[in-house]
Design a protein around this ligand. Structure first.
Ligand SMILES: *[C@@H]1O[C@H](CO)[C@@H](O)[C@H](O)[C@H]1NC(C)=O
Ligand SMILES: *[C@@H]1O[C@H](CO)[C@@H](O)[C@H](O)[C@H]1NC(C)=O
Ligand SMILES: *[C@@H]1O[C@H](CO)[C@@H](O)[C@H](O)[C@H]1NC(C)=O
Ligand SMILES: *[C@@H]1O[C@H](CO)[C@@H](O)[C@H](O)[C@H]1NC(C)=O
Ligand SMILES: *[C@@H]1O[C@H](CO)[C@@H](O)[C@H](O)[C@H]1NC(C)=O
Ligand SMILES: *[C@@H]1O[C@H](CO)[C@@H](O)[C@H](O)[C@H]1NC(C)=O
Ligand SMILES: *[C@@H]1O[C@H](CO)[C@@H](O)[C@H](O)[C@H]1NC(C)=O
Ligand SMILES: *[C@@H]1O[C@H](CO)[C@@H](O)[C@H](O)[C@H]1NC(C)=O
Ligand SMILES: *[C@@H]1O[C@H](CO)[C@@H](O)[C@H](O)[C@H]1NC(C)=O
Ligand SMILES: *[C@@H]1O[C@H](CO)[C@@H](O)[C@H](O)[C@H]1NC(C)=O
Ligand SMILES: *[C@@H]1O[C@H](CO)[C@@H](O)[C@H](O)[C@H]1NC(C)=O
Ligand SMILES: *[C@@H]1O[C@H](CO)[C@@H](O)[C@H](O)[C@H]1NC(C)=O
Length: 756
């Protein structure tokens, strides 16, 4: 009997020096909470949250922002975006995954597969998959059994591959020997239909295998040391290499020993050490936010830290692994490179803003990477994976990231970011039509937007996935406001005036004369001749519509940068309040009025702030968190989208919420009595909520850094060097705090563009 390792190149991109340990006997493992010290936060992370119900979360081990995400893949096609599904057979263990994504899967599949067989020739190559006998997941570690082969596998992760062979063109197994397999895999396609990229691999075994060979389809070529995909018919499902390690008479024990030698004694690889480093790396990042005093006996802390964890699975930090170019900064250091931005349309709203609090150096690096991509490819990306851009779903939302980082004064120390260059990148988006590349970068149909002030509804061709004139017009306007704010701070007055004016463009799609369910005025499709499509059904989300993944009702509330003007156009505060009440009436939050499972509606629960009814936002947000988030595998309301769903929860549990692309946070309803965010090694921002509980959900009074605070919002400036936000909570709506036109005529509601 041999324990055989199949190395399948079919999908196989990358194999590290086998970070895979096989223990043929069952282990009684210790749970992490028994091992962890009392104050560790990693013990609150459940990697399985979000793996079902279309969450598409990757539960297997990885490092924060690590390139390598080792995990098993299954043959269950449904919801198999991150390799894992709860049902289905295991098809292999692969090294690159994404997390939380929608659309088509990317990476995935790939394979290294350990199995037992009496010889190379008895491997069931036509179908070697296996059901699981059990599975177990922790931060930095997973363990599962292959039922069919009675094999237990444990996985852990390191940041990236160790050994790369020299460059070799072609999809090939370069060499097979009893102790080593090297080769190269090409890959392209997936969600973004990305261009081809190449990964080299080297799998090294310290113990010699007793048999080896290559295979394709179900043909084994024993002793073969080379196989190229160019040597076999096109469309062939697999090429691969195979190594067999003998068991001795006592099968289990020696089988284990063989694998132990083969796997663990690879130079510089130590499973337990790697695992410990992985857990420590997560502990370091996760404990940059500490929470205390949530509802007693609730799952809040588990949901909180699991959500926070998911914001750091992707993007992947590929610094030093960029195969397309190498950039060095003025100090001769490599410019950071981030991939699997999947997508900024999802993450600009809450994930990136969360990074500006607890991952400041990371978000500076991400911004530098965006600008570096601009320098080499002409535009900043919106979605990117495998070093290729995906479709731009809405606006050029990298603008929001750059603007927010700039307005929050991040990256000013040591001139980490060249703002001259960054501003150039913003103007490129705003001014230069990417033509046929418009689906991947920049702003599609920019000439229309500049000329007409909106993107027209087509009369001559059908809509497509990416051609969403209404939501694009809205997002371009919001992008323009962020650029205007940057221009203002750079003292570029002419540009400020220009983009301030352009940021009003969404109003060109506002059709005032339509009333639906008591709501008057909607963003509607508009033809090139200026007339509106007044027959448009504002609840229609079926097929390709002019709104990206949302209804006209939803998008007509999605004017992040000028809510004040929106309220005016929608008939004033009372009419707007009725409209919001209608929007949130259905407590499933699944209606065409409001859908919490996708990003376009992320900001909408905060809209009550702008009519001086912060308390309604507070109450609503508490309810959404309670109803829509849980600690089950299906416990998040939609695709996690690279942690977007998670970061939305994290902000609201902390009791604040960002206005993306700006330097503003709203105050809502803290769920913990103490949240401490480590902004930097020297600065903490603490949110203390006195008397908060399930009943005491309303803010009574606020102090920031000891000073009474009447506004329902604050600026990053107010806390950037550290600070304390003290919130007094109660069970009744305050009649004094958060009410419009407080003393001194100071506006307590957050600013809108029309205020400037
Ligand atoms: C493998 O399993 C055996 C039997 O349970 C156990 O004694 C041994 O410690 C395990 N090895 C590792 C590395 O976990
Ligand atoms: C997994 O299989 C079980 C048993 O057949 C079934 O009840 C469950 O709905 C399946 N889950 C998913 C997410 O497909
Ligand atoms: C592969 O083999 C497994 C286990 O023997 C079996 O359950 C499964 O149906 C097979 N799949 C295919 C596609 O033949
Ligand atoms: C291996 O087989 C034994 C005996 O049937 C069983 O108890 C054990 O759970 C199996 N392990 C795996 C990983 O399937
Ligand atoms: C492969 O090499 C081994 C060892 O030299 C030998 O015993 C075996 O017969 C060879 N197999 C084939 C198919 O040539
Ligand atoms: C910043 O970028 C601008 C525009 O490319 C360039 O002219 C300038 O030299 C850069 N500044 C630094 C300090 O690198
Ligand atoms: C803009 O002008 C203000 C006031 O004159 C000045 O303090 C600031 O440094 C200027 N900013 C830049 C980027 O030049
Ligand atoms: C809306 O109705 C008013 C009053 O009937 C009319 O004056 C106005 O032109 C209409 N607006 C549009 C955009 O059709
Ligand atoms: C919704 O929009 C799609 C795509 O434009 C269209 O085919 C469909 O008829 C519309 N449905 C309704 C109810 O208006
Ligand atoms: C809040 O939590 C932080 C971090 O755990 C701690 O240092 C601080 O003393 C706490 N503050 C209060 C008022 O409990
Ligand atoms: C933090 O404080 C230390 C010691 O006071 C200082 O050396 C360091 O520069 C500070 N770091 C930052 C990021 O301000
Ligand atoms: C805040 O409101 C309180 C009570 O309404 C009032 O006494 C105080 O002057 C206000 N402070 C400011 C800065 O407006």
């Amino acid at each position: 009997m041999s324990l055989i390792f199949l190395i399948l190149l079919i999908f196989n991109i990358l194999i590290e020096p086998c970070k895979l340990k096989v223990n043929a006997t069952e282990l009684s493992y210790r749970k992490i909470n028994e091992r962890a010290e009392i104050d560790k936060v990693t013990k609150f992370v459940d990697p399985l949250i979000g793996t079902q119900n279309e969450g598409h979360v990757f539960p297997n081990p990885c490092l924060p922002y690590g390139v390598v995400k080792v995990g098993f893949d299954t043959d269950d096609i449904k919801d198999n975006h991150a390799g894992y599904t709860v049902n289905g057979s295991i098809t292999g263990i692969s090294h690159l995954h994404v997390s939380g994504t929608g659309g088509e899967p990317k990476y995935g599949v790939i394979s290294q597969f350990p199995l037992t067989s009496t010889s190379l020739y008895t491997i069931p190559l036509h179908n070697y998959t296996s059901l699981r006998s059990f599975e177990h997941f922790e931060v930095g570690y997973s363990k599962f059994g292959l039922k069919r082969y009675n094999v237990t596998i444990e996985l852990t992760a390191a940041r990236r591959t160790g050994v790369h062979s020299s460059r070799y063109r072609g999809g090939s197994i370069y060499s097979v020997s009893p102790s080593q397999i090297t080769g190269v895999g090409h890959y392209s396609g997936g969600w973004n239909e990305g261009s081809k990229y190449t990964v080299y691999f080297c799998s090294q075994f310290n113990k010699n295998a007793s048999s080896f060979g290559t295979f394709w389809k179900s043909f084994i070529n024993e002793n073969a040391t080379f196989l190229s995909s160019f040597d076999i018919p096109f469309d062939t499902p697999a090429i691969g290499a195979v190594l067999g390690f003998d068991f001795d008479s006592n099968m289990d024990e020696s089988g284990y020993q063989a694998c132990k030698s083969a796997q663990e004694e690879v130079p510089n690889f130590d499973f337990e050490k790697t695992r410990e480093l992985a857990v420590n790396a997560w502990e370091t990042e996760l404990s940059k936010i500490r929470v205390d005093g949530g509802e007693v006996g609730s799952d809040l802390k588990t949901i909180f830290y699991s959500s926070l964890y998911r914001t750091m699975i992707i993007p992947s930090d590929r610094t030093g692994e960029n195969s397309k170019w190498s950039s060095y900064d003025n100090e001769g250091k490599l410019v950071p490179n981030y991939d699997d931005l999947y997508t900024l349309w999802d993450t600009f709203r809450t994930t990136i803003p969360l990074f500006t609090l607890f991952q400041q150096s990371r978000v500076i690096d991400i911004t530098r990477s965006l600008i570096d991509i601009y320098q080499h490819e002409g535009y900043m990306p919106d979605g990117r994976s495998g070093m290729s851009n995906g479709i731009t779903q809405g606006g050029s939302n990298a603008d929001m990231v750059v603007a927010e980082v700039f307005l929050k004064n991040l990256g000013d120390n040591n001139n980490a970011i060249n703002w001259t260059l960054a501003y150039e990148a913003l103007l490129k988006d705003a001014e230069h039509d990417p033509w046929e590349r418009g689906i991947f970068e920049g702003r599609m149909f920019l000439p229309y937007y500049k000329l007409l002030g909106y993107i027209p509804f087509p009369t001559y061709k059908t809509l497509s996935y990416a051609y969403v004139p209404c939501s694009k017009t809205i997002e371009y306007s919001t992008n323009d406001w962020s650029i205007a704010l940057v221009a203002k701070k750079l003292n570029k007055t002419d540009d400020y005036i220009k983009y301030h004016s352009r940021a009003k463009n969404w109003e060109n799609l506002w059709y005032p004369n339509m009333t639906v369910k008591g709501a008057k005025g909607f963003i509607l499709p508009r033809f090139i001749n200026g007339s509106f499509d007044t027959s448009w059904n504002v609840f229609n989300t079926t097929g390709y519509t002019p709104y990206y993944e949302g209804s006209a009702w939803e998008y007509s509330l999605d004017i992040l940068h000028d809510v004040k003007r929106l309220i005016y156009l929608a008939g004033g505060p009372q009419a707007f309040e009725r409209r919001l009440d209608k929007t949130f009436k259905d407590k499933t939050y699944l209606t065409p009025y409001f859908y919490i499972g996708n990003e376009p509606d992320f900001f909408h629960p905060c809209l009550y702030h702008f009519i001086g009814k912060q308390w309604k936002s507070a109450k609503l947000i508490r309810d959404i968190l309670k109803r829509k988030y849980g600690k089950e595998p299906g416990g998040i309301p939609g695709n996690d989208d690279s942690g977007a769903m998670g970061s939305w929860f994290v902000f609201h549990a902390m009791g604040i919420y960002p206005m993306a692309g700006q330097d503003i946070y709203l105050i809502n309803s803290p769920h913990f009595s103490n949240v401490t965010i480590y902004l930097s090694p020297n600065a903490t921002f603490t949110i203390l909520a006195k008397n908060q509980s399930t009943e005491n959900i309303y803010v009574q009074s606020v102090k920031i850094n000891g000073v009474n605070w009447n506004k329902t919002w604050f600026r990053h400036q107010d806390i950037k060097n550290g600070g304390i936000l003290e919130v007094e909570m109660g069970d009744e709506v305050s009649t004094t705090w958060g009410v419009i036109n407080g003393v001194n005529g100071e506006s307590v509601v957050p600013p809108s563009m029309s205020d400037y």
